[in-house]
Design a binder for this molecule. Structure first.
Ligand code: 5GP
Length: 223
């Protein structure tokens, strides 16, 4: 049995005999300090078929950050030009700066049957879901308590106290958006939260509609 061309976006079965699948977009959001970045890094280290979408931002580069790896750092004019050119899947203002997900790399990765991780805020998550609902799996990471969130933000020491205070205030505005997500993970222990998000990814890869090679596979199975 042949699959329709339109359904073949994950490509043919590879040599391992794996069923061809379309990739998914894993969106992870949380207030800063809830451990989202640690989870994202852990996932990327252990999942060869998952790559990180590198966002564009107008915020200044922090110490240790690398242009093109952590973000594409652009000025406000360039950002506006890219919005105008429809180059972004979503864009939003977060903590007084603008952030956006470039559209083309995400589409390329999905079409290749691979997965892409978006570490974006709730405003971006809403837009991505509207743009490509079928391809999106969204996870919201909550801290176990506000006291723990504050402790984590201060122990990170990457930001000045005024910045941390603002992030805490923003956290109170971000947390109520948990209801917009497919999954919610409370990050008490980083390894456990990572394992939970990994389970979500693995299960979602097996969704029937994502396994576009199934008609072909079952056709061969039944001879
Ligand atoms: P930071 O400046 O600390 O790297 O990120 C601040 C916030 O911006 C984080 O919550 C992060 O998830 C969010 N963010 C980063 N990139 C994007 C993006 O491309 N789009 C949206 N909507 N939010 C983003």
């Amino acid at each position: 049995m042949q699959v329709e061309d339109d359904d073949k976006q994950g490509g043919e079965d590879d040599e391992s005999g794996a069923v061809a699948r379309r990739g998914l977009v894993l969106v992870i959001s949380s207030p800063s300090g809830a451990g989202k970045t640690t989870i994202a890094r852990g996932l990327l280290a252990s999942e060869p078929d998952l790559s990180l979408s590198v966002s564009c931002t107008t915020r200044p580069k922090r110490a240790g950050e690398v242009d093109g790896r952590d973000y594409h750092f652009v000025d406000r004019d360039r950002f506006a030009e890219m919005v105008e050119a429809d180059a972004f899947l979503e864009h939003a203002a977060v903590h007084d700066h603008r952030y956006a997900t470039p559209r083309a790399p995400v589409e390329r990765i999905l079409d290749a049957g691979q997965d892409v991780l978006l570490d974006i805020d709730w405003q971006g998550a809403v837009q991505v879901r509207e743009a490509i609902a079928q391809d999106v799996v969204s996870v919201f990471v909550l801290p176990p308590s506000l006291a723990e969130l504050e402790r984590r933000l201060f122990s990170r020491a990457a930001d000045a106290e005024t910045v941390i205070r603002r992030r805490l205030k923003n956290a109170l505005q971000e947390i109520p958006h948990w209801e917009d997500y497919d999954y919610v993970v409370v990050n008490r222990v980083a390894e456990a939260a990572l394992a939970e998000v990994r389970s979500i990814l693995h299960a979602e890869r097996l969704r029937r509609r994502r396994q576009v090679g199934l008609p072909d596979f079952v056709g061969k199975l039944l001879g």
